[in-house]
Design a protein around this ligand. Sequence first.
Ligand SMILES: *Cc1c(COP(=O)(O)O)cnc(C)c1O
Length: 397
Amino acid sequence: MKADFFAVKAATDDNYMPVFNRKQIAFTHGEGCTLFDTEGEAYTDFAAGIAVNSLGYNDPQLVAAISAQAAKLTHMSNLFYNDTQSALIAELVEGTDFDKVFLSNSGAEANECAIKLVRKYFYNKGACRPVILTALNSFHGRTLATATATGQTKYSHPFAPLPEGFRYVKYNDIAVLQEQAADPTVGAIMLETIQGEGGVIPATPEYMQAAEQLCRKYGLLLVIDEVQTGAGRTGKMFSYQHYGIKPDIITLAKGLGGGVPIGATLASASCANAFVPGDHGSTFGGNPLACAAARVVLQRLKGGLTEQAAVTGEYLRNALSSLVDGEKVLSVNGKGLMLGLRLHADIDIIKVIDKMLKSCYIIIGCGNNTLRFVPPLIISAPLIDNMIEALRLALAD
Ligand SMILES: *Cc1c(COP(=O)(O)O)cnc(C)c1O
């Protein structure tokens, strides 16, 4: 039976807590980079469920792995060992700068683990370094700690009292970072390499390198939030690899499970071993179903999809650059398949997004009046070409 849009909408609006501004479309299924709505309309997806569906929809290998795992074992607990989980974490750290993994279910949880690990690391040392520096305009999640780590007060202020221990620094400002990192109460610097929700704003190489050097100089931990940028999104497995730096902790989620919820916190042994049994945990984290999905995504990323994302990303960047006119369209920012098209403040991006939806293209917005392009990593040049033509028309109005 075909789902009726108005029934779906009414049941959602009646029963879901009113925290989302939803578009007037209900999707029922997808195939490749295409999503289908209740009316049977086909949309090309440049959002991928907010940088999540890295393999697109109905990927045969992913579907087979999830189905097979569901038939064997969906969930047990971390009170026992599990073969799928052990395989995933070995594959996740293999050849990386990290030794240990903690698995959770989301980006916020991956960051919570990182924050707790930083605090426990200094607790063990008997050092009073409770402050984590984060950037203005950053985004780290919606739990109380990660919303407070987020350098945008709209996410945290209404929910006071807030956890202590976060201090904000201007992004890409090395002088401010130098001054703050020298404060003996600071224990860590936590940054995105490209601010995603904040408007697809990349850190400069000099800034990231300064962050690393300051951490080494003062004995701080460098935490990179790779929740959006990780898992191949920017054309490398982890986006920090573009910068020639080595973080102590990174966090992953979004694209890692190809659509199945999973979060991961990776750390060097010297850092990770600050935790002892009982310090942290998760009921669902590391469940075999999510691990089976992430294993497929990792295998594909290592089997060429990451390089493909770099090449297609360059193609998309060039195509978007052809729209830059210095008047309405200001700049293209980002790396790989995480790109932003910044529009002049006078242009209402919601109108552009809605126009693109009418033309059956899914694009999302973010801070800084920017259109965000985070398609499935399997997106092709012809799909990009078609979208660019539709966008050219939408912007011409
Ligand atoms: C989306 C995002 C988060 C939060 O992830 P959730 O899975 O929604 O909890 C954290 N950090 C960054 C950089 C993100 O883009």
